[in-house]
Design a protein around this ligand. Structure first.
Ligand SMILES: Nc1ncnc2c1ncn2[C@@H]1O[C@H](COP(=O)(O)OP(=O)(O)OP(=O)(O)O)[C@@H](O)[C@H]1O
Length: 297
C-alpha cells in the first residue's frame, strides 16, 4: 500500500470547523442501512427487498451481484439521490447517526462531498463539458473547504497526482472531451476525495480502468482507509476487487441479499449457490490470489 501524501490527509481546520464533527468513537457507524427497501412508485413493485449493514470508520463493505440486482439503487438510496420513479419504501438510512429522511436540502448540500462522496460509472455525465478539469475540482475545494484560488490549484494538482494522472498540469487545463474514459474516471475519483469525505461510495469506480491503474487506485483507497479512516462502500462485479479491499460483503440477486458476512469467509467458503456461481464465473480474474492465506512478513 502506498503512503497517501500528507496534504491529502490534512483537514483544513483553518478554514472553519468541519461541517460535521469528527466521530468521537471509531466503533460508531458512519453509515447504517437498516432493512432498506426500494420500490417503483409507478407500478408499486418492490425492487430492493431489505439491505442492512453498518459501516464504521476505516472499514469497507462490498456489494456484488448480477446486473440489475439493485446495487446501484441501494447506493443511491444511501446518498438520498434515488431517481424517479424509485423511492425508499421501508427501513432507514443513517449517516453519522442521523436518519437521512430528516435531512433538509441545505443539510444534504453540506453533507455531500464533505461527509459522504460517491463515484459512479459513466464519468462524462458527472462533469461539466464546458469547464476545465482543474476548475471543476477547485470548485469543490473552494465551496467545501473554503480554499482560495492559489491554494486550491496546488491541492488539485496533488489530487490529480494521487489518482496517477500523468502530467497533472496539462490535465488541469484540459476539458473533459480531451480525456479518455479512464482518465475521466480518475478525475471523478479525485473530485470525490477532494473534500476529505468520511464515507466514499465507489460504484464500479475502477471498472473502466486498465489493470495497472485500477491497482494504483485501489491502493490509494486502501491508503485513505488506513490513514484517514475513510469508510468505503464498494460495488464491483469483480470479486477480486472486493476480496482485496473489503471487510464485509453483501451478495445481491434480484433485489435480495442472498449472503452477507466477512469478505474472506463468504468468498473462501460461500454458503449460497449463487455466491458459488459468481465465484466460479470470476475465477478467470485471479480471485484465488486474494484468497490464499497471506504469507508471514
Ligand atoms: N433509472 C432507471 N429507470 C428505470 N429502471 C431502472 C433505473 N435504474 C435502475 N432501474 C432498474 O432497477 C433495478 C435495479 O437496478 P440497479 O441499477 O440498482 O442494479 P445494479 O445491480 O446496480 O446493476 P448493474 O450492475 O447493471 O449496474 C433493475 O431492474 C433496473 O433495470
Amino acid at each position: 500500500m502506498t503512503t497517501v501524501p500528507e496534504r491529502l490527509l490534512t483537514r483544513s481546520e483553518e478554514h472553519g470547523p468541519p461541517v460535521s464533527p469528527e466521530p468521537r468513537d471509531r466503533t460508531l457507524p458512519l453509515l447504517s442501512l437498516r432493512d432498506v427497501r426500494i420500490g417503483d412508485t409507478g407500478d408499486g413493485r418492490e425492487i430492493v427487498h431489505g439491505v442492512s449493514f453498518d459501516l464504521t470508520p476505516g472499514k469497507a463493505v462490498g456489494i456484488v451481484g448480477e446486473s440489475g440486482s439493485g446495487k446501484t439503487l441501494t447506493c443511491r438510496a444511501a446518498l438520498g439521490i434515488l431517481p424517479a420513479p424509485f423511492e425508499v419504501t421501508g427501513g432507514a438510512v443513517e449517516i453519522d447517526g442521523t436518519d437521512i429522511a430528516s435531512l433538509t436540502p441545505a443539510r444534504w448540500t453540506a453533507l455531500r462531498g464533505s461527509t459522504i462522496g460517491a463515484v459512479f460509472q459513466d464519468p462524462a455525465s458527472y462533469l461539466n463539458p464546458s469547464l476545465r478539469i482543474g476548475r471543476q475540482i477547485a470548485e469543490v475545494l473552494r465551496v467545501k473547504k473554503g480554499l482560495g484560488r492559489r491554494e486550491a490549484r496546488g491541492r488539485v494538482l496533488d489530487l490529480l497526482r494521487a489518482v496517477h494522472l500523468r502530467d497533472p498540469e496539462l490535465v488541469h487545463d484540459q476539458y473533459p472531451f480531451e480525456l479518455s474514459g479512464g482518465m475521466l474516471q480518475r478525475v471523478l475519483i479525485a473530485a470525490a476525495i477532494a473534500a476529505d469525505p468520511r464515507i466514499l461510495i465507489a460504484d464500479e469506480a475502477t471498472t473502466a480502468l486498465d489493470v495497472t491503474v485500477q491497482a494504483e487506485i485501489l491502493d490509494l483507497l486502501a491508503g485513505l482507509r488506513e490513514q484517514a479512516g475513510l469508510a468505503l462502500v464498494v460495488v464491483s462485479h469483480d470479486l477480486a476487487v472486493v476480496a482485496q479491499l473489503c471487510d464485509e460483503v453483501l451478495v445481491m440477486r434480484q433485489g435480495e441479499v442472498v449472503e452477507q458476512g466477512p469478505a474472506r469467509g463468504v468468498l473462501d467458503d460461500p454458503r449460497h449457490d449463487y455466491t458459488r456461481l459468481l465465484i466460479r464465473e470470476h475465477e478467470q480474474y485471479g480471485l484465488e490470489k486474494f484468497l490464499t492465506p497471506q504469507e508471514e512478513a
